[in-house]
Design a protein around this ligand. Structure first.
Ligand code: HEM
Length: 418
């Protein structure tokens, strides 16, 4: 009897879901939004993405845009997704869609923790307001010396390989530099690529990214238990890497907390005015977290951990990949490389060893173009998602959605202009 009831319930669910999918599809097509024709109940259009390798996935996404246009609709399992590469939609999405998709709030949250990238709505607003000073241009300008120092270390490391004959993987060296810079600018923790603990951390980061990124284009691996069951080895490696990285952060956080307590004690004893109050010293990301409060309570250790994990992940790998792509593109375009070389060289005509300054950077207009063009051609975050919680009027299209709809913004710079 129970078995019969379960079967009836499943058939009803299946029928209801098929109808629901058909209704949503009809509404989208009445707005001229294309979608694949063969959509299966429950799994939707997931088969379109099955068995794609890490490198095939972005190419496939690009091909889908070419096939269906700059805006199209798909179902991935029960999730209704609008794939977007159109500037008009961007305005509405970035203004109105404040929630984040399941991949963020469930999957990413467990992987990188509930930091700025993952949290949404009011929680995001409060945290973002608190952390805004960490992204103040004056603070970033004060890091020029850090950029200069680590840039020099990078050049020395690259010179060891520059025999004009052999090829080598540039990514680990660049990635070491961006990680060192993040550590120093976000947490005030100075380290260098030769430090043994840093070496272990750097390997853990790569292990973590390599294993976790595989899940992002294989929807069936997204639930943690499925990842555990189907890719046990990767799951173990990724978990061990995460534990190592978090432990590393904890040690830095503890040390910074101690330092701040010492500074405060000394300031009270000597009657010095607090740096923060007098504005003589701007606080970095970690210092803000350690000295701020949310709802009248000090920021919890868990939130601090998660925010640090989020910002390290957001800042290091993105910058490293962008730099690698920029170098790759320059190697493919020697004329551009030569122009850039002359622009940079003109700054160093009188003293080739001097440190770079913020004023110098503002003069490097061609370099800025090269970086922007690199980001356009090879965006390191090729897509990200937002969720509309309710039906919206999007100016050019009325999206009537029964469930929330996830919008993935995909590499629109490249698609919409070329
Ligand atoms: C080329 C380098 C970078 C690229 C392409 C990039 C791209 C992005 C993108 C697309 C997002 C939105 C993600 C989403 O909403 O799902 C984002 C968010 C974020 N990024 Fe970056 N990023 C870069 C460098 C950095 C650096 C250097 C830092 C910090 C040191 C950083 C910190 C963050 C943070 C904290 C967020 C979340 C912001 C918020 O929601 O309030 N990023 N980044």
């Amino acid at each position: 009897m129970i078995a019969l009831l379960v079967i009836i319930a499943l058939i009803t669910l299946l029928a209801w879901h098929s109808l629901h999918m058909r209704n949503v599809a009809r509404k989208f097509s009445s707005q001229g939004i294309a979608r694949p024709t063969l959509t299966l109940p429950i799994i939707g259009d997931s088969l379109l993405f099955a068995n794609l390798s890490r490198t095939e996935f972005p190419i496939h996404l690009k091909n889908m845009f070419e096939r269906f246009g700059n805006v199209y609709h798909i179902w991935v399992g029960p999730f209704s997704i609008l794939m977007v590469a159109d500037a008009n939609y961007y305005k509405v999405i970035l203004r109105d869609a404040v929630s984040k998709p399941f991949v963020y709030t469930s999957v990413l949250k467990k992987v990188i923790g509930a930091g700025l990238i993952v949290v949404c709505g009011e929680e995001w607003r409060v945290r973002r307001k608190m952390l805004n000073p960490a992204f103040h241009i004056k603070l970033i300008e004060s890091f020029t010396k850090v950029f200069d120092e680590h840039g020099r270390t990078l050049t020395q490391r690259l010179q060891q390989h520059a025999d004009g004959k052999s090829s080598f993987d540039i990514f680990p060296i660049i990635s070491d530099m961006t990680l060192c810079i993040i550590f120093e600018t976000v947490m005030g923790f100075k380290t260098d690529p030769n430090d043994l603990d840093f070496r272990k951390y750097s390997s853990a980061t790569q292990e973590f990214i390599f294993n976790e990124s595989e899940r992002m284009n294989k929807p069936w691996l997204l639930p943690r238990f499925a990842y555990y069951l189907l890719r046990y080895r990767n799951f173990k490696k990724s978990s061990a890497a995460t534990a190592y990285m978090r432990d590393f952060h904890t040690k830095i956080i503890r040390k910074k907390r101690q330092e701040l307590e010492e500074t405060n004690k000394n300031a009270t004893q000597t009657g010095d005015v607090d740096d923060k109050v007098s504005g003589t010293k701007r606080q970095n990301f970690l210092e803000i977290l350690l000295t701020s409060s949310i709802d009248g309570k000090p920021v919890s250790d868990d939130v601090i951990q998660d925010e640090i994990f989020n910002v390290v992940m957001a800042g290091s790998d993105t910058s490293a990949h962008t730099l690698c792509y920029a170098l790759y593109l320059l190697s493919r375009h020697p004329d551009i490389q030569q122009k850039l070389f002359l622009e940079i060289f003109s700054l160093y005509e009188t003293d080739r060893e001097r440190s770079i300054t913020m004023q110098d950077l503002s003069k490097l207009k061609y370099l800025e173009c090269v970086i922007k063009e690199t980001l356009r051609v090879y965006p390191t975050i090729p897509f990200y998602g937002r969720v509309f919680d309710e039906d919206i009027v999007a100016g050019i299209v009325y999206l009537l959605l029964i469930f929330s709809c996830t919008v993935f913004n995909n590499n629109f710079y490249r698609l919409s202009r070329w």
